[in-house]
Every structure is written in C-alpha cells, then in structure tokens.
Design a protein around this ligand. Structure first.
Ligand SMILES: [Zn+2]
Length: 213
C-alpha cells in the first residue's frame, strides 16, 4: 500500500513545476495564504484554546468574550458614555482597557503570575497576545497546556468579577485572598478531572501542587 502511495505521489510531483521551491501557506479566514497574519490565525485557533473538553462553561464564556475584546471595559464604555471616570478600579492609576486588565494591571499581574509562573517557567508571559499563542501551543506538554488554559479562564473570570464587585461599591478583596480563591477553584477542578477518569490527566493535580512557587 505504501509503495502505491509513493508511486501516486511521484506521478503527481511530475505534473508540478518542480523549479519552484516549496513554501508555507497559512490558514486565514479567506483561505490559505502565503502571508502570516498573527491576529487572523489566532482567531481561527482560539476556539480550541477556550472551548476544550474540561472547560467550565461560565469561565469559558467569559474568556471567550475577553479574547474577542467584547468585555465592557471602561475604554469601550467611554465611547458611548461621555465624562465618566475610566480609571482601573483595581489599581486606580491607569485607564482601564482589556490589555490593562489582562494582565498589565499590577493587581491582575500578581494573580496571573501566582497561577502560572511555576507552570510555564521560561515560557511565562503576562502579555495578552503571547498568552493567546500559549493557549493553542500544541508543543506544550499536556499537563502544562491544560493547567495554563484552565488558569487563564479562572483568572479572567475572577479578575472580571472582582472588578465588577468594586465598581458596585463592594469592599475590595485583597490580592492574596483572591489568589487563594482561584487556587482553591483550580484544585477542585483538577480533582474532578481525576474523578471523571480522564486517564491522560491522572497526575494533573500532583503536577499543579508541584508547580506552586
Ligand atoms: Zn489596574
């Protein structure tokens, strides 16, 4: 059978203009193109980084809105509502935008770093586009990839919720308390993965503990 395939490929190759070198094509929304546009390629891949089998729907939905730039951050709200205070309620010293909240803000940066620095080590980044690339990076070891994907959703959800709580005048939750809350959620989630019998992820909870710095 392999010989037949080889022969078929050979005859096909003869029909091609062999003077031309091979070149890479990138999947884009308008089909395969030679030019690589990171934003377009990521948009096509992101669903896999967000809607994975073990995801918690409410977290995934929030992360999906964030990756599409659809959360009502103050920079967007100020476009239709003039004269409002656009400063970030978490750090209070920078105008709020999506990139600021995830994870340039000093408050959010601490939460993100606490969750994934030990997992990603040298590949660690707090930069939005860099994170989105990591979420679909198939070269990442499977425990790393799943923990990063899940931590991303948990962090986005917790930070957005805390931001909304403060916007509505509720007392701020200290960074340490929020980190503890997200960490507890992560541990619960990872134990459930084990209980559900996902054989490929059997040791993931131990992996999580081993990466706590
Ligand atoms: Zn901030």
């Amino acid at each position: 059978m392999l010989k037949d395939i080889e022969r078929a490929l050979d005859s096909f190759r003869d029909q091609l203009n062999t003077a031309e070198d091979d070149f890479d094509m990138w999947r884009r929304s308008s089909g395969y193109k030679p030019k690589f546009l990171i934003q377009e390629t990521l948009l096509l891949l992101w669903p896999k980084g967000i809607w994975f089998s073990q995801a918690t729907p409410k977290f995934a939905f929030m992360a999906w809105l964030a990756t599409r730039g659809r959360l009502s951050t103050m920079d967007r709200v100020s476009q239709w509502s003039q004269g409002i205070d656009t400063s970030c309620v978490l750090c209070k010293n920078t105008p709020e935008s999506q990139n600021h909240l995830f994870f340039e803000c000093s408050f959010s940066a601490q939460v993100w770093e606490h969750l994934v620095k030990g997992i990603l080590q040298n590949s660690y980044t707090a930069e939005w586009t860099g994170i989105k690339i990591l979420l679909v990076d198939r070269n990442l070891e499977r425990y790393k990839l799943l923990c990063t994907r899940y931590a991303f959703q948990a962090a986005v959800y917790a930070i957005w919720r805390e931001r909304n709580r403060r916007m509505h005048g509720e007392p701020p939750l200290p960074t340490q308390a929020l980190m503890k809350l997200v960490d507890k959620g992560m541990r619960n989630k990872l134990s459930l993965i084990k209980l559900h019998g996902w054989k490929r992820f059997e040791g993931i909870l131990q992996f999580w503990f081993a990466t706590r710095v």
